[in-house]
Ligand binder design. Sequence first.
Ligand code: ADP
Ligand code: MG
Ligand code: MG
Length: 886
Amino acid sequence: MTKWVYSFGSGKADGKADMKELLGGKGANLAEMSSLGLPVPPGFTISTEVCTAYYDNDRNYPADLAGQVDEAVAQIEEIVGMRFGDTANPLLVSVRSGARASMPGMMDTVLNLGLNDETVAGLAKVSGDERFAFDSYRRFIQMYSDVVLEVDHHFFEEILELHKEDNGLILDTELSADDWKGVIEQYKKIVQEEYGQPFPQDPREQLWGAVSAVFGSWMNARATTYRKLNNIPAAWGTAVNVQAMVFGNMGDDCATGVAFTRNPSTGENLFYGEYLINAQGEDVVAGIRTPQNLTIQGKEEQSSDLPAMEEVMPEVFKQLDDVRHILEQHYRDMQDIEFTVQSGKLFMLQTRAGKRTTAAALQIAVDMVAEGLISESEAVMRVEPAALDQLLHPTLDPKAERNVIGRGLPASPGAASGQIVFSADEAEKMAHAGKSVILCRIETSPEDIHGMHAAKGILTSRGGMTSHAAVVARGMGRPCVSGAGELRIDYKNGTIIVRGQVLKAGDILTIDGSTGEVMIGEIPTIQPEMSGNFGKLMEWADAIRTMKVRTNAETPNDCRTARSFGAEGIGLCRTEHMFFDADRIVAVREMILSDSEEDRRKALAKILPMQRDDFVEIFKIMAGLPVTIRLLDPPLHEFLPHGEAEMQEVADAAGVPIEKLHARAAKMSESNPMLGHRGCRLGISYPEIYEMQARAIFEATARVAKEEGQTVRPEVMIPLVGMKKELEILKALVDRVAKEVMAAEGVEMTYLVGTMIELPRAALRAGDIAEEAEFFSFGTNDLTQTTFGLSRDDAGNFLGAYEQRGIIEQDPFISLDQEGVGELVEIAVERGRKTRSDLKLGICGEHGGDPASIHFCQRTGLDYVSCSPFRVPIARLAAAQAAIKN
Ligand code: ADP
Ligand code: MG
Ligand code: MG
């Protein structure tokens, strides 16, 4: 016989806390609290297996369920000494849904079930309080009708409001027993009219009606949508809890309330909660009456003049405070609890791990280690890595008023204010003049990088979470709102039109990249505080993790930020961004427009010292930590100007007719640049470019050694290798340049040459490639594009539909596709290490900062992950959690 029903009460329980799958969160914890000897009204849980069986069997219950429920009801009756349906002394129950994870959309709780025209009289008599009895009955009719019979609650609210108006009453508590009787008569009438049948009087029918409503709500539209959005399988099912009622509405020595065992917004170890005297159920959160603070301190902090429970009911408060400590000691975590006080006696109705802000999560984790409740590694597991982001960026002052005029995607966290500018050049110019600007673009492209750097924030009207603007902004740690579609950005007129308002260049905007809000005017922000808790948790994480954490950075600023966040080296220093600076782009374009190798070399010679200085500065900041430099990767036409005026400018500077420029641009244009003349293919066709870059790297290494006495061990990375031969040729070139520089400078240097694995062929042929490569860095952005045959820049148009239809669970550009792309990584790791056992392995795609992907990297045995500077702390924590779990 299957056990469908699990009882709890009077210090015992069939279930326990770790049976959430079977009993749901609420049921499992009611059982646990009961076993702990806490005052829990007796009851039982109908398991989630019943829900599954019910749906598997055409909405029919297992045959032996009714018998088990009857037995469980009898057990409650025995404990409380009252009988369900008894007209003299009726047992009333609550019926509560309870899934594994708390879930909006599920049936609301029904209280006071078991009341009817006869039992209400019995309740009035035994309680000696007629008013209370009829107040309970009307609550029951209202709730039951609403959630089980589906008679909308506004009917009942209207009746009550009218009654109060007619009788000059304001508060519900002012209604007398006779008032309630009158209201109840009208309630019953409306049920008859709207439901077509009288309000059910048989308690057993009521009970099964409520139980079926809970199971029925599992498949309602709202719950189904919520499950989809949160990846909760329908097969989990919900449980139903039936529990003896206790009454917080029986007079002034009664109350109901909710509390957190610690402050959920700061984490401070202070009891924090609210209660209402003479109230039932969720009156506290319903906002009809103003709730009162539990503690005197809470009352003072909120300058409330309503008395605290600590003052009004000191004995009950003491009991509750004891329960608080018992629960924390037992669960070893902050709890969110619900309770009711009946005639001076405390009853516990719910406990669960409390939701908290990130700052509170840190405070609580650190405090609990100090209190000896949890270990350091448990503390490390308690904080959600992605949530750390909240702490690393400025946030809007929560007290400030906001005039929201539009909304987009929360593409890169943090808040920023500044004047509207429409072009990258303008952004740079104004930033140089000391102004704060928000760069507003329809979308951004690689040419806008300098403007994005100069801006305080970036706003686009088009593009998703993985658009150029979003990815680059996250990389730089700039707040960004992307895809704010209702904004009409008009470059020509220099305006943004939104919701009937016209904004002009120079107007002040504020964007919140954590929420996607766009606001008019400047809104004060609060700077992040790298408080002691943050540092401490990071220290524990660092001691636990086995993978290193590096950063993707190419500007001195980003390098410094990353180091302050704890980066242990650079995993990806892209060199193309360095070419876009105003003083270099001319030489770069001259190089591209050259007809002969000789001319190209002339132009490259102008770039060499600038490139060398870049590396010197970066090496100095990184102070001996490893630095991986990727040689030029994008196709050369990306560096050519686009507008006619700019074309002319370049033509003039290079002393060539503009036609020649047009012809060259046309010749270079590619139908599929992502798969075109880029990466090592450039190095093969124009070895002089890579030669210049290698020279800059080694000369910088030599200089830093001489000037700073610092040993730098550069790692030269050749992009987009698919064949061993490509790497063989380019590695020979790098080695030759290294030798030349060492001879010329008279110094010894050690360095590595390796490749990015970003093509499926490279992953498959990793065994050969490792004969040349001393390290692999998985470029998972491109590897994802090339494995799926899917362009990241275009995927936004349809990936949403793929997610909705369940074809993919997550955007593979955000979280690594562990099955497909992951298998290629595993193959490359295995084959690469087989050839070269000390092959250094890392990841440098966007995924290097994604916690789920970091777990994958740990399992796969990578040596390090590399991510954008602002993700470094997230990666440190995620790597520690991955080490604990594996
Ligand atoms: P939710 O999941 O929305 O919190 P609950 O099932 O916890 O719903 O019920 C909401 C409230 O109803 C509880 O916080 C409590 O105040 C009240 N309640 C539930 N069961 C009982 C009971 N047996 N006796 C008294 N009040 C109850
Ligand atoms: Mg609850
Ligand atoms: Mg790449």
